[in-house]
Design a protein around this ligand. Structure first.
Ligand code: FES
Ligand code: FE
Length: 430
């Protein structure tokens, strides 16, 4: 297949500080098909957050890498990830997006299942053998692998994949920092943002961990902030990008504006001041000053390979996205928040979730526009072959405005897409 034998996908020479990405990786249909098989069928993929299903019987249906998944909490409080297809003749069993149910009845012939996927009954039961219900093949099938970390639930279609915690590796520490914003637990705020961009999905990966573009792409948003916020520079500081291994990467940097967690700016008035002081004191009591300062005063853009972004910035956003075509992706995003924050802080958080990060806000449309412009630029990819992501290459500690994070992603992408070929017998004999 041409995905395997065409020109190289990357051009890398550390000595000369060259790191280039072939633009055909963003447009080629065979690459797109190979990504489904080699990445999305093989990696851990984000399904949802445990807080979305607080009570027994709660369920959500979601599309993950093209599959229909039923994510449910059973009567014993256990979370289940099932393939949403009837073992009888294939119909999608649950047709609602979310809700609460004691059981799920397939609309076609009426087979009924409990939230753990077990067949409970079917019309005309006496026409089946007595042990029919006891057969595992009569039940809805669980997703091949399902595990969770800190209430982030992941699935994989590869039964042999390494355990989730091993897969997350160094990214776990950053998820811990994000989840430790309170001792009271974190929950997804009801509702989600769903939108699409006419661009390749990898452009959003790059954009989500790209500190370089903010000042130019989001110039108008920063103008507004400068004119409406009393202390735009509160907490401003440098930061760094980190390659976390396994394709995961993060930027961690000083927050240039107030955050809903523990960083006050004068424009917020007394309500904000009291709430921020309470949050900060809680963090110090829980973890000591050093960790409290890291949680409260830093922003983080965390990327978990291949398609999960957790932006811990002026709101906390969980975002996942899937390719539908080489030049088209769909995106889902949710706001995550401490359970014990006040109405004031929640309002501020949700304003930011909509105003900066939302598809109708001040920043995400800028990003979508930039990504679609790149995709249009790639129409010239037969002649103009390469993207350059070498910024900061060779530095001991690349800054958060460098492009180390993207190199981490692309290196793993390349490793999984084009594993070193096993030598043929002829090669070995020679
Ligand atoms: Fe579900 Fe027949 S396909 S009951
Ligand atoms: Fe942006």
């Amino acid at each position: 297949m041409s995905a395997d034998n065409a020109e190289p996908a990357l051009l890398v020479d550390p000595a000369q500080r060259i790191f280039k990405v072939a633009r055909r990786n963003f447009v080629d249909r065979e690459i797109f098909e190979a990504e489904k098989e080699r990445l999305f069928d093989r990696c851990w993929l984000y399904l949802g957050h445990s807080s979305e299903l607080p009570k027994p019987g709660d369920f959500i249906t979601r599309s993950v890498a093209g599959r229909n998944i039923l994510f449910a909490r059973d009567s014993k409080q256990r979370l289940r990830a099932l393939l949403n297809t009837c073992p009888h003749r294939g119909a999608q069993v649950c047709r609602e997006r979310k809700g609460n149910a004691k059981s799920f009845q397939c609309f076609y012939h009426g087979w009924t299942f409990s939230a753990d996927g077990k067949l409970r009954g079917q019309p005309g039961e006496d026409s089946y053998p007595e042990d029919f219900k006891a057969r595992s093949t009569s039940n809805m099938q669980p997703v091949p692998r399902y595990e969770s970390y800190r209430d982030f639930n992941f699935i994989s279609f590869d039964p042999d994949i390494v355990p989730l915690e091993q897969y997350l590796g160094n990214a776990k520490e950053y998820l811990d920092v994000i989840c430790d914003q309170t001792g009271a637990g974190m929950s997804i705020v009801a509702g989600s943002q769903e939108y699409s961009i006419r661009a390749n999905w990898k452009l959003l990966t790059e954009n989500s961990i790209d500190g370089y573009h903010a000042v130019t792409t989001h110039a108008s948003y920063f103008d507004i902030l400068m004119n409406t916020t009393d202390n735009m520079s509160a907490g401003t500081g440098g930061g760094f990008g980190y390659d976390l291994g396994g394709g995961h990467a993060v930027l961690e940097y000083g927050a240039p504006w107030g955050r809903p967690v523990a960083q006050w700016i004068p424009g917020w008035g007394e309500a904000g001041k009291t709430e921020i002081a309470r949050q900060y004191d809680n963090l110090v009591a829980l973890y000591g000053k050093e960790r409290a300062d890291r949680i409260a005063l830093k922003n983080r853009n965390l990327f978990i390979f291949p398609n999960l972004v957790v932006n811990d910035i002026m709101a906390l956003t969980v975002r996942t996205y899937f390719p539908m075509a080489p030049d088209y992706m769909v995106i889902n995003a949710w706001a995550l928040a401490p359970n014990d924050e006040t109405a004031w802080a929640r309002k501020y958080r949700l304003n930011n979730f909509l105003e900066f990060l939302g598809p109708g806000g001040f920043a995400t449309p800028d990003d979508a526009e930039a990504l679609e412009h790149c995709q249009r630029g790639f129409k010239n990819s037969k002649e103009a072959l390469w993207n350059d992501i070498s910024k900061g290459m060779g530095k001991d500690k690349p800054s958060h405005n460098d492009e180390l994070q993207m190199r981490a992603f692309w290196t793993q992408w390349n490793r999984l897409m084009f594993p070193t070929p096993v030598p043929s017998i002829k090669d070995v004999a020679a």
